[in-house]
Design a protein around this ligand. Structure first.
Ligand SMILES: Nc1ncnc2c1ncn2[C@@H]1O[C@H](COP(=O)(O)OP(=O)(O)OP(=O)(O)O)[C@@H](O)[C@H]1O
Ligand SMILES: [Mg+2]
Length: 301
């Protein structure tokens, strides 16, 4: 159910992604806080006391996270600890799951994305998502990108659109491989190329955060390294939050790592919580919590 492309999904079609006058998230905050002590710096997106439920089941509880601009943040932890749930709550994708409910605040550019009147379609444009399994549309390579851009209200000429498509494919390090076959189906590409096409599709709508849920788990080691190099390149322009099961990957690419774990609550429910969010080199060499140390040294999970 979560494997739906959202910025370009059906729910986006009606709203056409227009930005209304007076709407929050006017942008212009990129790189904010440079030179300011880290603890005082506003993040690009911050969760405050966030709890997410599926029906009566509390999947994650009390999540406080502050993701920094132009960094790669990794979310790690055992299966079922709520990594995907947390990621989807950052761009209101959980709204698409009927039983899901989010409590607390998610502050993006100083505004709570769950406040009344905030348009979830616009939020999903600003915080693009890339999924575990590459999911290009059964359309041409060109249209895989152009469609979402059009749905989000693009009014330029065909030549302008050509430029948008080229730039997105260049940013995703795919242009050289596909520039002579833009009319061919996105599904004709290799798995790694399809994932880069999905990344191109996500960046084409000019988000400032890219959320990735295990984006390499369906890829071979070479395609994986390619995506990791791409992430390092993209973080100059975007803030990236990635869920990964691969601790080497988190160590290789991320600036900061959040470790989640599950605990049985007094009703016997397995609720996920954040154990530690630290600079990646510290988390892997000198974790603050015993639970983190046990996990990264393979004592459980
Ligand atoms: N759509 C849903 N409906 C009901 N419960 C769900 C739904 N999605 C997730 N959950 C539950 O919420 C909890 C957290 O799931 P989530 O998928 O976020 O974990 P995860 O850390 O991403 O796991 P994995 O590493 O296996 O992907 C789990 O107990 C899961 O069963
Ligand atoms: Mg998951």
């Amino acid at each position: 159910m979560s494997d739906q492309p959202v910025t370009t999904g059906e729910d986006a079609a009606g709203a056409a992604g227009e930005i209304r006058p007076g709407m929050a998230f006017s942008g212009g905050f990129r790189g904010a806080g440079e030179g300011v002590p880290e603890e005082l710096r506003p993040g690009v997106i911050e969760t405050r006391g966030m709890n997410v439920y599926y029906g009566d089941f509390e999947a994650v509880s009390g999540i406080d996270l502050n993701f920094q601009y132009n960094e790669i943040s990794a979310l790690i932890g055992p299966s079922g600890c709520g990594k995907s749930t947390v990621l989807r709550s950052l761009n209101r994708m959980n709204d698409l799951i009927p039983s899901a409910r989010t409590e607390g605040e998610v502050i993006y550019h100083g505004e709570n994305i769950y406040a009344p009147g905030v348009d979830p379609v616009e939020i999903r444009r600003r915080l693009g998502m890339v999924f575990q399994k590459p999911n290009p549309f059964p359309k041409s390579i060109y249209d895989n990108i152009a469609w979402g851009v059009k749905i989000n209200g693009f009014k330029g000429s065909r030549a302008d659109m050509d430029d948008v498509v080229q730039r997105a494919l260049e940013q995703a390090a795919l242009w050289d491989e596909v520039k002579d076959k833009l009319k061919e189906s996105g599904l004709s590409l290799s798995g790694g190329q399809q994932q880069r096409l999905c990344i191109a599709r996500a960046v084409a709508t000019q988000p400032d955060v890219v959320l990735m849920d295990e984006p390499c788990s369906a890829l071979d080691p070479i395609a994986t390294l390619r995506i990791e190099e791409l992430m390092l390149e993209l973080k100059k322009d975007y803030s990236i939050i990635i869920v990964t099961h691969n601790m080497q990957q988190a160590a290789r690419v991320s600036d900061r790592t959040a470790f989640f774990n599950v605990e049985l609550d007094n009703r016997g429910m397995r609720t996920g919580h954040l154990v530690e969010f630290s600079p990646t080199d510290l988390l892997f060499t000198n974790p603050k919590q015993t639970q983190t140390e046990d996990y990264i040294t393979g004592r459980f999970g």
